[in-house]
Design a protein around this ligand. Sequence first.
Ligand code: PLA
Length: 562
Amino acid sequence: MSILSSTLSSNYSPQPHSTQNRNSYISVDSTQLVTLVFIVDSFSFSRYELSLKYLKLTVLSIESQALILLINPDGFDNALFCFCVCFRYFAVFARHSQGTVNSIALYFIFYFIFFVQRKVKLGSNSLSTGFVKTKSFNRISMAVAVNVSRFEGITMAPPDPILGVSEAFRADTNEMKLNLGVGAYRTEELQPYVLDVVKKAENLMLERGENKEYLPIEGLAAFNKATAELLFGADNPLLKEQRVATVQGLSGTGSLRLAAALIERYFPGAKVLISSPTWGNHKNIFNDARVAWSEYRYYDPKTVGLDFEGMIADIKNAPEGSFILLHGCAHNPTGIDPTPEQWEKIADVIQEKNHIPFFDVAYQGFASGSLDADAASVRLFAARGMELFVAQSYSKNLGLYAERIGAMNVVCSSADAAASLEIAQLSHDPRVKSQLKRLARPMYSNPPVHGAKIVANVVGDPALFNEWKAEMEMMAGRIKNVRQKLFDSLSAKDKSGKDWSFILKQIGMFSFTGLNKTQSENMTNKWHVYLTKDGRISLAGLSLAKCEYLADAIIDSFHNVS
Ligand code: PLA
């Protein structure tokens, strides 16, 4: 039986995560509360989005203020008054005491909540009945009302390691400044670029007077068809067999996040393996979805190439049935992709260990200039009949960054012929798709229409499709030229004999320079060159004219800063 089908066949009943109380800072159910009381130091609230540390901070920080703790289980009228009095007492007590005494007071508060709740639950019928009727059955919610802002406990978040670079760049007034942080294509004049085919497709949409009605939850049907065909190839049998569940996503990021939600819900305990290093947002996405992840070796700084042995060993050692996140092409940030032979071996181990490959395809057509060549890795896995996830993005290859257009594809299949037959009869596809839709609806309801129509119009019109391919080749070509020029400048200027040829071996819009954090900071502070702290530069944001300047900055940072 296929992995996806066995998991999805089990009945899922979503767990409520919070009560209705709008004042509630903390919401726990009674069993967790017991744990909280007795193992106060090791308890984690992660399932409820609060750690004990946060809880402690919240409570302690308000001790110096006038403090009232309220218990608010709806329909708990009889007990409410008594609770308020007791908590007011403990609150005042806590306010005037210090250190350990505070902890003891809090201990009593929690113990008291537990004690009273149990009494009430085991007590008179009338009370329990009233309790059962309400939404707060078996749950306690505590509202902490203080005379300071309720947002007091919210600390400053750090800037995003990639998008934060653009913010810093905008604030810099130096005329030599160069933004090589975010991966966004610029012209030779370093201006943003809107593809001609996009403008044509938009004109078509205006001429047709297309409306702005809501899309279905799964997105625009014409887009979903086009995107799956681009990815797998229009004549791929798995499309005819309807084995691919495709839903339109909010670009690559939103599609990955949707898949992460599917993993969290239907593969509890499953781990996602991500490459070390990887695109910075991958970790955020899985953390946010509460999916456990660990890393597999990928980049070898000694060879400035792929640590293939390490990668294979780590995938082999991962718990059976793990999700293995792979960059379909143009690995971000290293620019190092496995060779076709290496992809075969990666597929072998993944199959051997019953893992599920999870491709992130953010650069199809943008790496090599060919849509088909850049999809080869995904197609290789699909041809083996493997079940897989593929997230797609049109931010780079169609320059639709802000339109947020992409897709999530789940290929459903099985190793044995009988199961394939079952799949051919559409038993898997509708179920997976229905669950993806169910996950999408409360997150964003349905996706935006504009980008979807652009993609559908471009792919659906042979003339526009060919024009798009030519423009994509042009963009990929410009990046290759800049890459070559940067290498030439570095080789000519650097007299130390360092071999910079790794730059030419990398593919895609990025170059992983090998500069460390301090060296990268020198690039920004001294040279006004903005890049991510891991030493990644976006060549799509570089012009031929700026290559020499960049080479000077890199050589200085590399040799004069440690
Ligand atoms: N996956 C990978 C590997 C990416 O590099 C990116 C974008 C995405 C997914 C998501 O892109 P999307 O949501 O716009 O479709 N990475 C960029 C931008 C280009 C970013 O960080 O958001 C980068 O500079 O790394």
